[in-house]
Write a protein that binds this ligand. Structure first.
Ligand code: SF4
Length: 499
């Protein structure tokens, strides 16, 4: 009676979900693992992407764990992803890629509990196994009038037994999914929509009018508050990250965490064993992340390290960071890290001009080292370059400071009247991080695209030549200056290009 009412309701009102309509055990299993502790609406996009990346159990078994975690990024409860990977290996090796059509064998796979085993057994193999999740527990405790704490093991068993008795001879998977849908859309927590419910004629809670109080649950313990300092340690356009070894968020990449304290002193003490010498810059803000049993209260701190040498973890570029699996708990820290690592190009002012000149001098000396005498190089000191930048400003040119991680990383000079990039220099420590590309993109946007643009680069500087070529610049002339040291503005061999 109950199952007939339910299945005819389901035939009319079932939810359309991306992971429904398949009996493939691999797909059912992936979706059921994802659905644990995650909202149905969230799972859809992850499910589709996950199956594109790992279309079958062998693809998942063969993948590195880091790829699986990256694909899981944002879903939380990462032990599910690690167990998913372990189970795939076990199914591939022990069962030749075929999930066992047996409740007990399914239950024995890593990360597969009573609920998941029953869901896979019923949906993929049609076995009469009730998938007792929160929805089934709520609906059945109301229908059958179970008014005891549903977290007590004996009460749990009793509810599962009632569900088993209610199961039809066929369509066991649909029975479970119908109860899930009814629990999600009609017999919802709090006040249910009994008028729309097929169980109304036989529901105990409806008769007694106490549906709001069911299921009975002992009050959950409040989560534990944990203070934490999250240090973003930057150096030369990179940020320090480490792979966690702790059970919570194991193998995921995080910034420097001092669990239990958000004080600067404790954070700095914890840096010493890592061999990192870093200067405190500023506090970037606060963030909070709620886990099931604890809440992280995070203070985000920025440090600048003296070098990228360290005994543990590693300094990563923005691109490398984006490729790593990073937990949602680090979302605010990651946003700050992205901001720090993203080049900032701003017009120089009195405050930023000396640092931009120092970066200009350092990179100029490095790029001209092979062509000029030591005296000539030394002449191009920070103060000399500062004066040179001021001269550019006096001539009406635009001078920009290129900064990264809060430090000067280079300088850019544009002549808008001539539509020309006069100078672009990136400090050696910040090269290879995409700053040059960002600066050329900025320059091309700032200049007039309707007119030919010009730039001069050193002959043989293939890196610069290919960078400009990628923006459409083509070579138009090559010039030789015989006595480089006579004209400080020119190089010994220069190439002129226009785009
Ligand atoms: S009648 Fe009301 S309380 Fe009973 S199962 Fe339906 S929605 Fe839930």
């Amino acid at each position: 009676m109950l199952s007939a009412l339910l299945l005819s309701w389901y035939d009319e009102h079932r939810r359309v979900l991306p992971f429904r309509g398949t009996k493939d055990p691999y797909r059912v299993w992936v979706s059921e693992i994802m659905l644990q502790q995650t909202r149905t609406e969230t799972v859809g996009a992850y499910y589709t992407r996950f199956l594109e990346r790992f279309p079958d159990v062998f693809a998942l078994a063969d993948a590195p764990e880091e790829d699986v975690l990256k694909c899981w990024e944002g879903l939380g409860y990462y032990s599910r992803a690690r167990n998913l990977h372990k189970t795939a290996k076990e199914v591939a090796e022990t069962y030749q890629g075929q999930f066992p059509a047996d409740l007990e064998l399914l239950r024995a796979l890593p990360g597969v509990g009573d609920y998941t085993a029953a869901a896979v057994a019923s949906i993929a193999f049609g076995l009469p196994a009730p998938a007792m999740d929160g929805n089934l527990t709520r609906v059945l405790s109301r229908v059958h009038g179970v008014r005891e704490d549903v977290d007590i093991p004996a009460v749990k068993r009793h509810l599962a037994e009632l569900a088993r008795e209610d199961m039809p001879g066929a369509r066991c998977g649909d029975f479970n999914q119908a109860l899930m849908d009814l629990g999600a859309t009609v017999c919802v927590p709090g006040t249910p929509d009994c008028e729309a419910c097929p169980f109304r004629p036989l529901c105990s809670a409806y008769r007694e009018g106490d549906a709001e109080t069911l299921p009975v649950k002992a009050a959950a313990k409040p989560p534990k508050d944990v203070s934490m300092a999250v240090a973003l340690i930057t150096c030369r356009g990179r940020v320090w990250m480490n792979q966690r070894k702790e059970t919570l968020l194991k193998n995921l990449w995080v910034y420097h965490l001092t669990e239990g304290s958000d004080s600067r002193a404790d954070a700095e003490k914890a840096l010493k064993p890592l061999g990192i010498r870093a200067a405190y810059i500023n506090e970037l803000g606060k963030a909070r992340h709620i886990f099931t049993h604890r809440v992280w209260h995070m203070t985000l701190l920025h440090y600048a390290a003296e070098s990228t040498d360290c005994r543990e973890g590693r300094f990563v570029t923005l691109n490398e960071m984006n490729a790593l699996p990073i937990p949602t708990a680090m979302r605010a820290a990651k946003e700050n890290a992205v901001q720090l690592l993203t080049p900032l190009i701003t017009p120089v002012d009195e405050a930023t001009l000396p640092a931009a000149a120092a970066a200009y001098a350092e990179s100029w000396q490095e790029s001209h080292a092979a062509h000029c005498t030591r005296d000539f190089l030394q002449k191009h000191s920070s103060s000399y370059m500062e004066e040179k930048l001021r001269e550019h400003l006096r001539q009406g040119r635009c001078v920009y400071s290129i900064a990264q991680c809060g430090a000067a990383a280079g300088a850019l000079v544009l002549d808008k009247a001539k539509n020309e990039i006069i100078s672009l220099y990136i400090r050696p420590a910040h090269q290879g991080l995409g700053l040059g590309k960002a600066a050329v993109r900025f320059a091309v946007d700032a200049l007039d695209r309707a007119r030919p643009m010009h730039v001069t680069v050193l002959c043989g500087n293939e890196r610069a030549i290919s960078l400009y070529a990628s923006f459409g610049f083509t070579e138009i002339a090559e010039t030789r200056v015989l006595d480089a040291e006579r004209d400080l503005a020119e190089e010994d061999r220069i190439r002129k290009a226009g785009g």
